[in-house]
Design a protein around this ligand. Structure first.
Ligand code: XLS
Ligand code: NI
Ligand code: NI
Length: 434
């Protein structure tokens, strides 16, 4: 067992006036919001890779964290799992997420890596019998090892395509075995560094075929979770094919997969793509693609996926308002794909980072829910489009032609009158709730 978090108590909701650092002030899992428990709305997940596998390096320096489970042995991997489940308990976290490479040591061969992985998956399964934390999603790390330097599914080398397909099979099997609610594909190195050596059409065909195989396998094994693509515009590659939600939608349509696959939207990736998080959420919802979120912010100056814990209630409220408008999470949730800053060395830093983030999200969600329930914003939106309820305009949209519309414009001497978009008024309304 482990005493890594030895003096840290299990965190409980103590309300906004609590003077303890080790408490929730706004996140009360049992609080009813819009008729549902807050925990069931937010569905928080802890990301195994950042919390337990990341050594604290940056491009200018290596490891800063000194963790007793670092090292490539099965014993260390099990110690890491013990610490992880201890932290899930302290946080009362309903979910976690992992990549194969986060949880098992790499073997000398594919078969040995697979054996290591399966042993850890069984170790997780045993832990999940006595701990409450469930699997939000599983995924494959097809980007860290040097074999993936030129991509996984889009690699020019067919052997890497094959290795990647076999890896995804193993990770989907593990996700199903552990009762995972989604399977995520982030195209870490599915992109290019230079067009000089890249065949765009071939790589797109490979990626499309790969995803069709993933969907076929999902049906074959009866995995009833969702398959999610996580868009990101660049980093690590110069240009990533799953650039943003709109690009992913075009890709899915091209390969006939738009009803089979949804998206996992990350705040930091939205920012890198030059969008706001809420834009990506609203667009995914309007395209029927909304699945889950990775809730980690980026630094606005650095232009890098800095994976920080959320700290801004107003920003999060914009996001959760769109989640609520999308009907809330079904299989998805709020995964903290976030890491400590590399100077945050202490065990308590890991706990407090998550606790603060959960409080920020809870506060934001409650504000967004109150505004949504108030209804003024949705009424104002509906009113803006009310002209479209007129039967003549419904007919124009469904069966009008340029000829028929032109005739009507002339016959009625049509004279459109501009109306205020009321942006500041709506911003004032927003700020009454947030
Ligand atoms: C990297 C991604 C990654 C995915 C899972 O930027 O956010 O962490 O969420 O592979
Ligand atoms: Ni992510
Ligand atoms: Ni990311």
């Amino acid at each position: 067992m482990t005493d890594f978090f030895k003096d840290i108590p299990q965190l409980r909701y103590e309300g906004p006036d609590s003077s303890s650092d080790f408490a929730f002030r706004h996140y009360n899992p049992d609080e009813l919001v819009m008729g549902k428990r807050l925990e069931d709305h937010l569905r928080f997940g802890v990301a195994y890779w950042h919390s337990f596998a990341w050594p604290g390096g940056d491009p200018f320096g290596g490891q800063t964290f000194d963790r007793p489970w670092f090292g490539d042995t099965m014993a260390r991997a099990k110690l890491k799992a013990d610490v992880a489940f201890k932290m899930f308990d302290i946080l009362n976290a309903p979910f976690f997420c992992f990549h194969d490479a986060d949880v098992r040591p790499e073997g000398e061969s594919f078969a040995e890596s697979l054996r290591n992985f399966e042993e850890i998956v069984d170790y997780f399964a045993a832990k999940m019998e006595t701990h409450r934390t469930r699997l939000l999603w599983g995924t494959a790390n097809l980007f860290s090892h040097r074999r993936f330097m030129a991509g996984a599914a889009t690699n020019p080398d067919p052997d890497v395509f094959a290795w990647s397909a076999a890896t995804v099979k193993a990770c989907m099997d593990a996700t199903k075995k552990l009762g995972g609610q989604n399977y995520v594909l982030w195209g870490g190195r599915e992109g290019y560094e230079t067009l000089l050596n890249t065949d765009l059409s071939r790589e797109a065909e490979q990626a499309g075929r790969f995803l069709q195989m993933v969907v076929d396998y999902k049906h074959k094994i009866g995995f009833d979770g969702a398959i999610l693509i996580e868009p990101k515009p660049q980093e690590p590659s110069k240009h990533q094919y799953d650039y943003d939600v709109a690009t992913v939608y075009g890709f899915l349509k091209r390969f006939g997969l738009e009803t089979e696959v949804k998206v996992n939207i990350e705040q930091g990736h939205a920012i890198l793509a030059g969008h706001s998080f809420e834009h990506e959420l609203a667009l995914a919802s309007s395209l029927g693609l909304f699945g889950s979120i990775d809730m980690n912010r980026n630094d606005y100056q650095s232009g890098w996926d800095t994976d920080q814990f959320p700290d801004s209630v107003p920003e999060m409220a914009r996001a959760y308002y769109e989640v609520i408008r999308a009907g809330g999470f079904t299989t998805g949730g709020t995964n903290f794909d976030a890491k400590l800053r590399r100077q945050s060395l202490d065990p308590e830093d890991l706990i407090l980072a998550h606790a603060g983030a959960m409080d920020v999200c809870a506060r934001a969600f409650k504000a967004a829910a109150a505004l949504f329930e108030d209804g003024s914003l949705e009424r104002a939106r509906a009113e803006r489009y009310a002209g479209w309820d007129d039967p003549a305009n419904i007919a124009m949209l469904s069966s009008g032609t340029l000829d028929s519309i032109s005739a009507r414009v002339l016959a009625t001497d049509l004279d459109p009158q501009p109306r205020s978009g009321r942006q500041e008024r709506l911003e004032n309304l927003w700020n009454r709730f947030v």
